[in-house]
Design a protein around this ligand. Sequence first.
Ligand code: ADP
Ligand code: MG
Length: 322
Amino acid sequence: MGYLVGTTRLPDIHVGSEFHIRRAAEVGSLDVGLQRDADTRRLEHKMKVEVKNLSAWFRDEKEFTGPWYKAFRFRRPRAEKEKQVLHNISVEFEQGEILGIIGPSGSGKSTLIRCINRLHELAPGARVEGEVFFDGQNIYGKGVDPVDTRRQIGMVFQKANPFPNMTVLGNVVAGPKLNGLVKGKDAQYKMAKSVLEEVGLWSEVKDGLKRPGGGLSGGQQQRLCVARALANKPKMLLMDEPCSALDPKSTAIMEGLIIDLAKVRGYGIAIVTHNMGQAKRIADNILFVEDGRVIEYNTKYNIFNGNAKEQRTRDFVEGKFG
Ligand SMILES: Nc1ncnc2c1ncn2[C@@H]1O[C@H](COP(=O)(O)OP(=O)(O)O)[C@@H](O)[C@H]1O
Ligand SMILES: [Mg+2]
């Protein structure tokens, strides 16, 4: 039994990174309409993330600059004590879809995706207003466990960050072990094998599961981090410039993997990227943000075929600024 992508039937089990390079070439070349529907037709219910009028603040760094400011702090109004970095953002993506988030650096892209799985609030004094619905439930609503949200909406960071001093296997099973989802060595091995296969890493690491995760190549480490996120059985994945530290071949593998995860495995993915070629290759829709505001939210097709609504967007994707 395999999955149907376009007219090509592909095997269930990945045999390694070559698979993902092929997948990128196959799926990436389909037109936008086909790509959108490729395989998520199999999902009876597509879960969706809907960001509605989201704003976010950081505590102003001035707060920390010494006793003089500490004394002064009490007399400053709240608006001066914090810095707003996101203004009324609305956007959505669903299972099977890849949302590309682009914009100049410092525009709030990382903050935005960190708000989608409640990581933003971990910065001291940081806060959020607005709503983020995941499968119809506001993740900022009463009684929602942020740890649970972070499990269901996984995150992969710019710099591959396998847990230091942990083996390849240890990295993958760390989350589920902590949550008591897998008990016993056999179950852990089975689970690790299945997610490492899912990211195309199994054939490369199966003989070195007990070696430190940090000993893998950069591209392998990043796929290990994807595997670690997948081990928590998320429905959606957030990726913050996951390829920006990788060489071209590792980038191609990651792009194939990302397409595969969305189009075949049915994850919903929001990826921040500063690589316009990458956004063009893998995204379905594009969100362009600048200074914490949405400048344009449109299909990849419109954005990269000269049909962007805003001149600012056209300038940005053509490399005229940012
Ligand atoms: N921990 C923090 N404390 C205060 N300000 C921050 C913090 N992290 C980021 N910022 C500020 O928030 C804004 C948005 O940052 P960020 O979301 O990282 O942008 P991007 O990912 O688009 O480069 C920037 O002005 C940045 O300086
Ligand atoms: Mg960033």
